[in-house]
Ligand binder design. Structure first.
Ligand SMILES: *Cc1c(COP(=O)(O)O)cnc(C)c1O
Length: 339
């Protein structure tokens, strides 16, 4: 099967497995796993942040960030499509006791004017606006990217209004590949950044939360409470280090693959709309004449898996385990549909 359902389906390569098996480990709850420490140092330095903490999942990284940056009765401002709101099981309310103000961004990209109009006045009738969360790339926005130039004014607004700013950077390396911004320039703008190792980078597990030393100290308490303190986690961190050293540059291949797949899909008579492809995600809408389950099944019969993504919406995600031959096979399969 050629699996486009998500970039989380990748399996570790031989090189990555070798790195994992030969990792030097210790008890990370005691702070004694040197491979975890190396991964944390490496990512903090890459993004110009003071400190970092390895987490089992991107969801946990984000939820810990939100816990660190809010108090109960506060409000988080984010786009309506954002992962922290839509795909983390309502965790913001459960873990942090905070409410959420949803914005209607353009493909999930929010701006200072959208944010500013939803910052509550200082008045005890309202929840206290205390945190803005943005996503880069935006998953539901078809992998849309913020440039640093888009982020800078958001940073200034947050500073002015005394809000924290968190980046859900599950696919930040895809964004950097497209925007040509530098990771090192990100740190100055954010109070927190979460980076996923198990998406496009191809590690089996893991995410890292980046922030100030003070925030990370508190975040370690929160991670413990969430049950995310891991022992010999260096075996997993080694996969992350390997991914950072070997799998960033190649993301452009995934982006190229997404682009040609989108071009081919565009020609199908029953495709109503395809979101512009900026990174490794293709989201398209089928017109009413085409039954979406039928379409997904027809591809599946040819050995190709894609995901449904809401009413008449289909998502393809390219990744490390899809090579050019797989893409050629896919283009052929798409061409077999009536045009
Ligand atoms: C995948 C993803 C996450 C984290 O997901 P986990 O499955 O918990 O690792 C967070 N944000 C976005 C935008 C994602 O796509």
């Amino acid at each position: 099967m050629i699996d486009y359902r998500s970039d989380t389906v990748t399996k570790p390569t031989k090189g990555m497995l070798d790195a994992m098996f030969s990792a030097k480990v210790g008890d990370d709850v005691f702070g004694e796993d040197e491979t975890v420490n190396t991964l944390e140092r490496k990512l903090a330095d890459m993004f110009g942040m003071e400190d970092a903490m390895f987490c089992p999942s991107g969801t946990m990284s984000n939820q810990i960030a939100i816990k660190c940056f809010t108090q109960p009765l506060d409000e988080v401002i984010t786009d309506q499509t954002s992962h922290v709101y839509k795909y983390e099981g309502g965790g913001i309310m459960f873990n942090s006791g905070a409410s959420v103000k949803l914005l209607n961004g353009e493909r999930g990209i929010i701006t200072t004017s959208l944010i500013e109009s939803e910052i509550n006045p200082t008045d005890f009738h309202y929840p206290k606006s205390s945190l803005v969360v943005i996503e880069n790339t935006v998953n539901r926005g078809g992998g849309a990217c913020y440039k640093l130039d888009d982020i800078e004014p958001i940073y200034h607004l947050c500073k002015l209004k005394n809000l924290k700013l968190h980046l859900d950077g599950a696919r930040i390396f895809n964004a950097l590949q497209t925007t040509k911004d530098e990771a090192i320039d990100y740190g100055q703008y954010f109070d927190g950044i979460s980076v996923c190792l198990s998406k496009g980078l191809g590690a089996p597990v893991g995410s890292v939360f980046l922030a100030s030393k003070k925030t990370i100290n508190y975040a370690r308490r929160v991670r413990k409470v969430f049950g995310g303190g891991m022992r010999q986690a260096g075996f997993l961190a080694a996969a992350g280090i390997y991914a950072l050293e070997n799998n960033i540059e190649r993301l452009k291949q995934d982006h190229l693959h997404a682009e040609v797949i989108a071009e081919s899909l565009q020609k199908l008579s029953f495709v109503k709309n395809i979101m512009p492809v900026e990174t490794n995600i293709v989201i398209m809408e089928l017109n009413e004449q085409k039954n979406i389950d039928e379409f997904v099944n027809e591809l599946k019969e040819q050995g190709i898996l894609c995901g449904t993504f809401g009413k008449q919406m289909v998502r393809f995600v390219t990744h490390l385990d899809i090579n050019s031959k797989d893409v050629d096979f896919t283009l052929n399969a798409i061409n077999k549909f009536e045009h």
